[in-house]
Design a protein. Structure first.
Length: 268
């Protein structure tokens, strides 16, 4: 079974969890942190090499995002241009293109290997999408996308993989290609998500920022931090809230708390 609630209050830790997090204050050395930053692309490329297209399930857009896209339209078959920033191997992209024939999608990823997987997909068509490799913190999106031309940008489980000091660069980059009045749809890991509590001692890079064993990194967002990040780059907040889910494994009597941040920010 599972239950879900949305709201503005962060998840409350159990005393055991709070104690464990309080104890884990030792940060990864500066030398290793710099190495991780330098090798970030290589580590994601290796991740896709190991997992090819099998790691993430296809995310069918029948839920929130699809409703959002419908709401963007003034009439039913209006052509929409979207950007999927951090597309991985296309788990969001292809279900969306199948489901909505009036969409043209730009999609980019940090990993050259992920981009290759997208291009090899049987559903890939240059008439419906343009996919390119891009480091969103430094490669200008305007090299591939006209200014003020995109109706919706999706940023789904992407920003958490980027160093917190560079996140604002991603939002600034996206801002340039988004049409005025249009939105970024955001979903990512929230503070005290189960994944954050599972990190072993010695994985901490900074506040709410951790490294996995494969060298990929993950940040866990608070509502306040995300709000400040977007507003500082000129966006207006439309929705920004925690989604808390508890998945209960009755057989093993385990409760797995998932916490995500689900948000929508608009370019004025």
């Amino acid at each position: 079974g599972a239950f879900q609630k949305k709201g503005h209050s962060a998840r409350v830790l159990t005393p055991e969890e709070a104690e464990r997090l309080a104890k884990d204050q030792v940060l990864v050395s500066e030398f290793k942190q710099l190495k991780l930053e330098k090798e970030a692309q290589k580590n994601w490329d290796l991740f896709y090499k190991r997992n090819s297209t099998n790691f993430f399930k296809d995310r069918h857009w029948t839920t929130r995002e699809f409703q959002e896209l419908k709401a963007c339209r003034e009439f039913a078959d209006q052509k929409l241009t979207i950007l999927e920033a951090g597309c991985g191997v296309g788990n969001c992209l292809f279900p969306l293109l199948e489901e909505d024939l009036s969409i043209f999608a730009y999609a980019c990823d940090f990993s050259p290997r992920a981009v290759e997987y997208v291009k090899k997909n049987a559903l890939y068509s240059t008439e419906r999408c343009k996919v390119f490799q891009c480091d969103l913190t430094k490669d200008d999106l305007l090299d591939n996308i006209p200014a003020d031309s995109v109706d919706v940008v999706t940023l789904i489980f992407v920003l958490s993989a980027i160093h917190p000091d560079k996140m604002h660069l991603v939002l600034r980059n996206i801002y340039k290609v988004l049409k005025p009045g249009k939105c970024v749809l955001f979903r990512d890991y929230g503070l005290y998500d189960h994944a954050m509590l599972r990190f072993k001692s010695g994985s901490k890079l900074g506040e709410n920022f951790y490294v996995r064993q494969d060298g990929t990194r993950s940040y866990f967002f608070t509502e306040e931090f995300l709000s400040q990040l977007f507003k500082a780059e000129g966006y207006e907040q439309v929705v920004n809230e925690y989604v808390q889910r508890e998945t209960v494994n009755r057989k093993e009597d385990l409760c797995v708390p998932r916490v995500f941040l689900q948000s929508k920010f608009q370019k004025p």
